[in-house]
Structure formats: structure tokens, C-alpha cells
Design a protein around this ligand. Structure first.
Ligand code: AMP
Length: 478
């Protein structure tokens, strides 16, 4: 049976919207295409023709769901919002595909959400006690209920009421018949930017989506900002309590596309700097530097540059492997990482190899790759990771497993080295990472590395006993 509790915080998503452009839904399709790396499981677009909202959404990749031009005839109008989603729980079902669209007493509204609301279950229980009936298991639906039940008059006031109740990470895009509204939470966990295209406006999770449609990058949506766009133009509001922003450092490490600008920086340059810093911290006598593609490439270039070692593509990636690849049942089982990566023996044979990746989560990928590189003839395999050990789960929208599954939460670096069978292992330090993003004194959420969660959450939301001690005091404050 479908679980009735809300999803665990395991959603990675991308959002995109266009206001006032004759090809709004087509452009939104392109924007989602550029944001596909933020979620591959399902996607959807809702458009407005000024009088009504129209939706098309389904499980699958953007190109598959919107591959047929005919679909755009059912998405008329000059504004549209879209969403790409990836979740890892059993609730990857069609009813959970976004944007969510509802009709309520004041008209229709659609919402697309990137992030994770940490007090969702408490609010949901409360709303249900007062008679609300939920159609999905997504935390996003709570916002719609809060909007609908608010006693305030204007949409902005109702939205402020709703946002004042929720805690956590949220970039939101709303579409009504006549307005598009963008919201970024006061901590600014997830990226969101504003662009212009002709006489219209564009909102996107990452700037790479603006590039594809030739929109001009105007600026990032500020932490705590609510942008309301209608036929009279754009208005900006800051109706929420201010806090110290804490954008997610893992967007730089892994999640965002290297060609994007997020949190005021180009992701590629940050990753390359992480690689340089890693070389300064963990030098090794070796012959070549080999990235694990694609996530390790910019850091490996930086490592090679700083160490003076040659950069080689010793592992080649098959780019057509989707997340849904199903292993054959019989003799050729256990492809594992082999289906995605294949070594170039001529590059690796007899070489002392430095293998670079962005992170180790459970350790399975590194273990398989070290074996693969050794089997291809490498004489030594040294693993270098361009971020610190990932020891704590993310509750703000990055898919990291619970502590028990995170290898570095319970194993020393030497134990991990032995597990992945590397000759040596080095992680970038906390300070090194902060230096790479140009923030010597913090300013980012790095809870996945330190356990210092900037937005506390109720005990109920936590699935992991081992963390309880850490939060006891903060939880009492809620
Ligand atoms: P693991 O095999 O569990 O240690 O996973 C490590 C690999 O997962 C690395 O190659 C990372 O690039 C990648 N990775 C790290 N974080 C994530 C994430 N949130 N979602 C998907 N892949 C990830």
C-alpha cells in the first residue's frame, strides 16, 4: 500500500517559468531540458492562457514526455511554469508529478517546488485534523492547503501566511491565470535566477536554462524574496523574517551544472579551484590524473594544473545510460558501474593513477572504479575527493541517504581507503572547500559535511537515532 506519511526529504528538482511570451510552454520545455540533470524521474508543464490553466505532466524524461509537438497545442497561453523531479522512495508515482495544480475558491493555481520542507509532517497532521484531504505525498501540497485556508485577502498576504508556517528549503514558482510568482526561502538554500526575454520574464533554477533560450540573465532571486509578475511588470517583496543566508554548498560540489552561475559564482570555476586546492592538500607521486566523468572532470583539471601531472581521460562514460537502466537477470548480471564507465587500457596500463571524484556517498562507486582501473593495468590507484567526507544526511533537498548508509559517518578515512581498495585516499578539507568558493568564514550550508543544520527541524522528521543527541537543544526551541 502507498505510504501515507510524507516523503522523506529526498527530492532533487529543477523549476522553470516564463511570463509574457507567445511561446511560453515551448520555452518552458527547453528550460526543463537544460535542467534535466536536476531530476530525471518525472516532469510537467502548466500554462495559462489568461483565463484558465492547462497541464501536461508524466513520468519520464523531458524529451520523452514533451517529444510530440502536438502536446504544446494543449498548453496554450503566454505564461507557463515547469518542473523536473527525482525522488528515490516508493512514491515515484504519477500523482506526485509536479507542478501541482488546484482549483479553489479564488480560482486556479499551480505550483512547482525545489527543496524540502522540514516541518511538513507536523503541518500536514494539523491540516488533516481540520479536515484537509491530501491527494499526494509531497510536502509541496501543504503550501497549497495553507494558501487556500488562509483568511487573508490578497494572494500575496495569503502566500505570506503560508510561507510563515513552513521551515526548510524552498524555491517555488506559482502560476495563476494572470500572475507568476517566484519565491526563494530566507536561507536561500537552492539557487533561483531571474531573466528577461523580449518583453517577458523568465525564472529558472540555474542560469544554464536561460542560456539555452537566449534569455538575458538579470540577477538571482534573493533569499527571502517574493517576486510577483503580472501584466503591469514585476514587483519584489521581502515579507518573511530575515535570517543569515546559507546556500547549499553541494550545489557547487555536485548538483548544479558547471556552466551555470549559482550563488554569484560560475560552478565550473569553483570546481576547478576545488581540484587545485585538493592538489595542494593531498599531493601524491603519480603519473596521470583521471577524472570520474562527468562529476569529477573540472576538479581533475584543477588538480592536474596545480600538481603538474598530465590530465588523461582514462575512463569513458556512456552518456545514454538513464537512471532507469534495468540489469539483465541472467548470466551478465552485476554490470554495476561498468554499464556507465569503461577504462581506456592504453591510458592506464603501468601508470600510477590519481582518480578524482566529487564525493563518496556509500563508497560503492569508488570501490568499483578502483578495481576497474587496477584491472586495466594501473600500478597504483590514488583516490582524491574534491569535497570533505559526506557524513550527515541532507534535509533540504539533496538526495543523501541516512547516516547508516553514509560510509564516512561510521568509518575512518583509512577504513574507507581499505574498503575502496585504494593505495591512498584524500578528501578536500572543510577550509579548502570554503576557500574554493571564496567564503573563508562560512556563509554556506555545509550540514552534509559538518552536521551543523542551519534550519532546525522537529524530531518527528528524523529517521535516524544516531543524530538525536546533536539536536536535542535546538529541537526544544521549536
Ligand atoms: P556512492 O557509490 O554511493 O559512494 O556514490 C558516489 C557517487 O555518487 C559519486 O560519483 C558522486 O558523483 C555521486 N553523487 C553524489 N551525490 C549524489 C546525489 N545527491 N545524487 C546522485 N549522485 C550523487
Amino acid at each position: 500500500m502507498e505510504e501515507m506519511k510524507l516523503l522523506r526529504p529526498e527530492e532533487e528538482c529543477g523549476i522553470f517559468g516564463v511570463f509574457n511570451h507567445p511561446e511560453a510552454s515551448n520555452l518552458t520545455y527547453l528550460g526543463l531540458y537544460a535542467l534535466q540533470h536536476r531530476g530525471q524521474e518525472s516532469c510537467g508543464i502548466v500554462s495559462s492562457d489568461g483565463a484558465a490553466l492547462h497541464a501536461h505532466k508524466s513520468m519520464g524524461l523531458v524529451a520523452d514526455v514533451f517529444g510530440n509537438q502536438e502536446i504544446f497545442k494543449s498548453l496554450p497561453g503566454k505564461s507557463a511554469i515547469g518542473h523536473v523531479r527525482y525522488s528515490t522512495t516508493g512514491s515515484s508515482v504519477i500523482k506526485n508529478v509536479q507542478p501541482i495544480m488546484v482549483d479553489y475558491s479564488r480560482g486556479s493555481i499551480a505550483v512547482a517546488h525545489n527543496g524540502n520542507i522540514v516541518n511538513a509532517q507536523i503541518i500536514k497532521d494539523e491540516l488533516e485534523a481540520y479536515g484537509s484531504i491530501f491527494q499526494t505525498t509531497m510536502d509541496t501540497e501543504i503550501i497549497v492547503h495553507l494558501l487556500a485556508t488562509s483568511k487573508a485577502n490578497s494572494l500575496l498576504d495569503r502566500l505570506t501566511d503560508a510561507l510563515n508556517r513552513i521551515l526548510g528549503a524552498y524555491c517555488l514558482l506559482f502560476l495563476t491565470e494572470t500572475r507568476m510568482i517566484a519565491v526563494r526561502d530566507p536561507n536561500g538554500f537552492r539557487p533561483l535566477c531571474l531573466g528577461r526575454l523580449g518583453g517577458g520574464y523568465v525564472i529558472a533554477s540555474e542560469s544554464c536554462a536561460l542560456d539555452l533560450i537566449d534569455a538575458e540573465f538579470v540577477r538571482e532571486v534573493e533569499p527571502g524574496e517574493v517576486i510577483v509578475i503580472d501584466k503591469n511588470g514585476m514587483n519584489s517583496f521581502f515579507p518573511l523574517k530575515k535570517t543569515t543566508p546559507s546556500p547549499c554548498i553541494f550545489e557547487f560540489v555536485y548538483f548544479a551544472r558547471p556552466d551555470s552561475h549559482v550563488f554569484g559564482r560560475n560552478v565550473y570555476q569553483v570546481r576547478k579551484e576545488q581540484g587545485r586546492q585538493l592538489a595542494r592538500e593531498h599531493k601524491v607521486d603519480a603519473d596521470i590524473v583521471v577524472p570520474i566523468p562527468d562529476s569529477g572532470v573540472p576538479a581533475a583539471l584543477g588538480y592536474a594544473e596545480e600538481s603538474g601531472l598530465p590530465f588523461e581521460l582514462g575512463l569513458i562514460r556512456n552518456h545514454y545510460v538513464g537512471r532507469t537502466f534495468i540489469e539483465p537477470q541472467q548470466a551478465i548480471r552485476h554490470f554495476g558501474v561498468k554499464i556507465k564507465l569503461n577504462p581506456v587500457r592504453e591510458v592506464l596500463k603501468g601508470k600510477r593513477v590519481v582518480v578524482i571524484d566529487d564525493s563518496i556517498v556509500r563508497g560503492t562507486t569508488s570501490r568499483k572504479i578502483v578495481k576497474m582501473v587496477r584491472n586495466a593495468g594501473a600500478s597504483e590507484v590514488h583516490v582524491r575527493i574534491s569535497s570533505p567526507p559526506t557524513s550527515y544526511p541532507c534535509y533540504y533537498g539533496i538526495d543523501t541517504p541516512n547516516r547508516k548508509e553514509l560510509i564516512s559517518s561510521s568509518h575512518s578515512i583509512d577504513e574507507i581507503r581499505r574498503y575502496i581498495t585504494a593505495d591512498s585516499l584524500g578528501y578536500l578539507s572543510e577550509e579548502g572547500l570554503m576557500k574554493s568558493v571564496g567564503a573563508d568564514n562560512g556563509g554556506y550550508c555545509n550540514a552534509c559535511f559538518t552536521g551543523g543544520y542551519p534550519v532546525k527541524f522537529p524530531r518527528l522528521e528524523m529517521d535516524d537515532d544516531s543524530q538525536m543527541g546533536l539536536f536535542e537543544k535546538e529541537i526544544e526551541k521549536i
